[in-house]
Design a binder for this molecule. Sequence first.
Ligand code: NDP
Ligand code: CA
Length: 319
Amino acid sequence: RRPARPRRDLVYPSGTVSCRYKHNPCIRIMQWNILAQALGEGKDGFIRCPLDALNWQERKYLILEEILTYRPDIVCLQEVDHYYDTFQPIMAGLGYHGSFLAKPWSPCLDVEQNNGPDGCAMFFRRSRFSPHGLAHLRLSAMMLPTNQVAIVQTLKCRVTGRQLCVAVTHLKARSGWERLRSAQGADLLQSLHNLTSSNAGPAAVPLVVCGDFNAEPSEDVYRRFSSSALGLNSAYKLLSSDGQTEPAYTTWKIRPSGESCSTLDYIWYSRDALSVDCLLDIPTEEQIGPDRLPSYHYPSDHLSLLCDFSFKEEPHRLM
Ligand code: NDP
Ligand code: CA
């Protein structure tokens, strides 16, 4: 028998106050690269992952179990190549509204017996939000269209009446492509600025950007996001004791080329408009195990990220 799946705790960073107000309940958001089925079986070369741990008929339940365990209000996914036959119908039955944007030239299509292109998907709970505008973006770099996409969904919270803009993206992978990632990030920031600014000034609508940026915190695209005029902060820094350090890894895998343990996934949020109430802890090295990811316990090579946000009180409401 396999040992039980390690539990992940919700961590309340010091200095933050948990969802206290009935009139301002927190918004739970999940970010997760779920590993495209075609890539996991046909391209990735995860040599320490047992083949049957990648069997879609079982793996899909582990992915859904993870989503259902935490019941996020908003789910942002990358590498979705089973949207129409799996996630869309199941999530719709659970009360979520979904949207999907395929990569123009998905590498899944190179794999024999693929299930269609992979792309980004976003779901939001219908009972919590009403949709207020959706943008499907193909990211550009130096004016040229690229193979990477983003979904930007503006929502209105039915409880607070406040708007929230949520984006999901998956930037170009692999080393050697740092400048392309940086340019894609610049293009996304520009689009987000255009979509969220109004007469009330820039970034009038609070913003959450979830993504597999395929970039360590040392990369240019990370610097661009942390220093942009949109006033974004990376939520998972708040797990660290100094509040300034990203987790040591969000993905950990072993390929023929070697072991790769890196921080590539982020949840960015408007630091002036939103506060982070809690975050889902990152599993330890022991919990992940010597064969790393994916595994029987963890269906993707990337870990899910999850956090609870609440709207900061507007200044005039504090009076
Ligand atoms: P990326 O380089 O962004 O990577 C695609 C996927 O490969 C990602 O999901 C990534 O996962 C994964 N990956 C990263 N590193 C490795 C690795 N070392 N080994 C195996 N997989 C890895 O892909 P692009 O969007 O640039 O697309 C490239 C593919 O698209 C090519 O295979 C090509 O066939 C096709 N293409 C075709 C074109 C055409 O004209 N027909 C044009 C452009 C592309 P993660 O994000 O988790 O790291
Ligand atoms: Ca991948």
